[in-house]
Design a protein around this ligand. Sequence first.
Ligand code: SAM
Ligand code: SF4
Length: 346
Amino acid sequence: MDFFKQDLINWLNEKDPAKIQELYRSAYAMKVKHVGKVVYFRGIIELSNICTKNCYYCGIRKGNENIERFQMTDEEVLESAKQAFDMGYGSIVLQSGERSDPKFVDWIEGLILKIKAMSNGKLGLTLSLGEQSKDTYQRWFKAGAHRYLLRIETSSPDLYKKLHPEDHSFEGRINCLKILRELGYQVGTGVMIGLPYQTVEHLAEDIIFFKSMDVDMIGMGPYIAHHDTPLAKEISNRLDNFELGLKMIALTRLYLEDVNIASTTALQAIKSDGREQGLLAGANIIMPNITHTKYRRFYQLYDDKPCLDENAEVCRGCLEKRISAIGEKIGYGKWGDSKSFENRTK
Ligand code: SAM
Ligand code: SF4
């Protein structure tokens, strides 16, 4: 579909509910055309909330002294991975705060090898562990990780500067995305929607950025304030961010057509059926939380994180009901690679 920046801006500004519903319907039809009525699961394990960075919006930033820090044991990570595998989840995501010390790099490499061995190479593995050196990305790829999710957070260098301390580099992050692609990972990126100082022009440019980077996955969701962060003092309206979040999914689906798009937990944090609404606006991936419940309250990026007490089994049951209620089915046992990636590597 041919969209120009001004079309994207007009849609993001659109207030007429009938027109907005029409946008979601078109995006959903595009999703069905490319991936069918299937939703793929990526069970997410939040390995550790120890972070060396200080992003102004994030609840687990290094400067937040009001949280207890944790790191899961190998046994706990493997137990969660096995549970996901036994439940038929085709793939999992390992996510954590950012660290790049040798001990951390070795630990992750060991975990990848163990998870691959446990599942006979069958469980797909995505990493979301921030910015790393080329050598580290390469080691993790060789060990068996095949997807990497690194949100650019905003494609505007100026806005990026307002959201991060001086030593956090926008160019460094772009460079990481390029290296990941060069090494053969399926690359995912994304942004937060409704950030303080962000305009609809920025969001339109984000969608154009996704296309220019030719990424395989998009994971984006509404920004939600965390009370213990510097950005929380700036005004941001959750409900506006929710609607903008759905519009961004729909416009990205219409503009990029065959990529994987996640319906993120932040949508559910604002409205209980937020993830289903995301699917009906064109998303095709859900990332159920499979972290042990004892750690979930310590990994709160934003206020009101949902499902703090629901274990992986309960979570799966609840999602199955919600997904079949909207007429979609779950692609159990499949990696669910994006069509864009399949086409590129044919
Ligand atoms: N540390 C790694 C990184 O930054 O890429 C991975 C984990 S980080 C917690 C994952 C994502 O959480 C970030 O890319 C950011 O977009 C999102 N996030 C952090 N704080 C948030 C907030 N207040 N609202 C919504 N999303 C947030
Ligand atoms: Fe750390 Fe990632 Fe949070 Fe930034 S967004 S503070 S790198 S966990």
